[in-house]
Structures are given as C-alpha cells and as structure tokens.
Design a protein around this ligand. Structure first.
Ligand SMILES: Nc1nc2c(ncn2[C@@H]2O[C@H](COP(=O)(O)OP(=O)(O)OP(=O)(O)O)[C@@H](O)[C@H]2O)c(=O)[nH]1
Ligand SMILES: [Mg+2]
Length: 192
C-alpha cells in the first residue's frame, strides 16, 4: 500500500490530484482540508496500470499510525515555501522513520509548492532537517523530489518513483497484475 502523508496544508491533495491527471488546476483551484482519507487512482505512464494512493490528512497525524499495516511506500510532502513549518514537518517525519512497522518502507520526500519557493529556501529546509545525516542513518531508502501541484513540476518523477523499475519488471515478466501488485506492494493494481 502507498500512503501520502505530511503536515496539514503542505499540498498533498493538490499534488495527488495533479498526479491523478485532474484537469484545470490553476491559481483559482482550491482544495479542502482532508479530515480523513482521500483515495487517488494513479496511472502508470503508459496507462496500463493503476495504483491507489491513500492520502491521510495532516490533521490526522496523531492517528496516522493506525494505517501503517502493509504499507510499503510513503510519499511524504512538505511545504518548501514555508520554513516555519519545517521543524514540525521534521518531527512528524522522524516519528515515521522510527516506527517499527515502517523500517523497510521506501520514502519519497517531496519538497512541495516549489512554485512559491526558491533554491535557497529548499536548501535551508533540507539543512533544518539535517537531511544529509538523516539519509545516512535511517534504514529506509529516501528519494527527494522537488514538485508543485500547481505547476506540475516533478509530477513525472513522482509517477516514475511510484511505478519504479522493480514494479514494472514484475509486471513485464509475469504479465500478471496481481503478482505485480504484490511486488509493487501496491494496494491495488489492475491491467487495462
Ligand atoms: N502555490 C501553490 N499552492 C499550493 C500547492 N499545493 C497546494 N497548494 C495550496 O495550499 C493549500 C493546501 O493544499 P492541500 O493540497 O489541501 O494541502 P494538504 O496537504 O492536502 O492538507 P491537509 O489535507 O489538510 O493535510 C491549498 O490552498 C492549495 O491550493 C502548490 O504546489 N503551489
Ligand atoms: Mg489534503
């Protein structure tokens, strides 16, 4: 199963909508806070496979741990344009990294809202999280992607991370969606 987590208002819903291919996302687009769970169906590049990503609202952080069973991938979104929330985002991230059930997950750390941020802020955000040290010391494999749900920056990188070569290889060699789903540890995958 793939989860999308991160502090409230960090941009998870807009990013997932963009990844899902929702049309007409512009400055006038708005989202409502996720007071629960959103499910997003994400298509692979060639449109042959779907994976369902489960977004859990930032306001639900105290109970995220109820959803950690059978999780193999986490997209963790922070707002790179808001350094005031980076420390809080870091505390939440650390609480995931030490969680016994999540020792073998793959994590995609998304520096979100990059349309409002700039390189120096992005660097500051990583420094504040002691990111270089963090990735050396934790058991999880962490990939960093800069993205924006508003402009679509980084969306294809994120899609490629979700449908990583391991997943696609399993699909190609078996031609079997169920086996692929197991290999991809996706919540649900179907062949079109
Ligand atoms: N400029 C800009 N604004 C964004 C971006 N992503 C989200 N927003 C705005 O930020 C606000 C919060 O976005 P959401 O996607 O709802 O945030 P969330 O992380 O899902 O929040 P919760 O569901 O409450 O945890 C909304 O007003 C969005 O329009 C982005 O990439 N760029
Ligand atoms: Mg949301």
């Amino acid at each position: 199963m793939c989860l999308c987590l991160g502090p409230a208002k960090s941009g998870k819903t807009l990013l997932m909508k963009r990844l899902q291919g929702d049309e007409k996302i512009d400055d006038a687009s708005h989202t409502v806070p996720t007071n629960g769970i959103n499910l997003f169906t994400i298509k692979s590049d060639d449109g042959h496979f779907d994976i369902i990503v489960r977004e859990i609202g930032g306001s639900m952080a105290p109970i995220w741990h109820h959803y950690f069973d059978r999780v193999h991938k986490i997209i963790y979104v922070v707002d790179a344009s808001n350094l005031c929330q980076i420390s809080a985002a870091g505390v939440l991230l650390y609480s995931l990294l030490v969680e016994p059930k999540l020792q073998h997950v793959k994590i995609c750390f998304v520096l979100g809202k990059m349309d409002l941020s700039y390189r120096q802020m992005r660097n500051e955000a990583l420094l504040m999280l002691h990111f270089n040290r963090l990735i050396r010391e934790v058991s999880q494999k962490i990939t960093v992607i800069e993205a924006s749900g508003m402009t679509g920056q980084g969306i294809e990188l994120l899609r490629n991370w979700i449908f990583d070569p391991e997943t696609l290889k399993a699909v190609g060699s078996t031609g079997n969606a169920a086996a692929a789903a197991a290999a991809a540890n996706a919540v649900f995958t179907t062949k079109k």
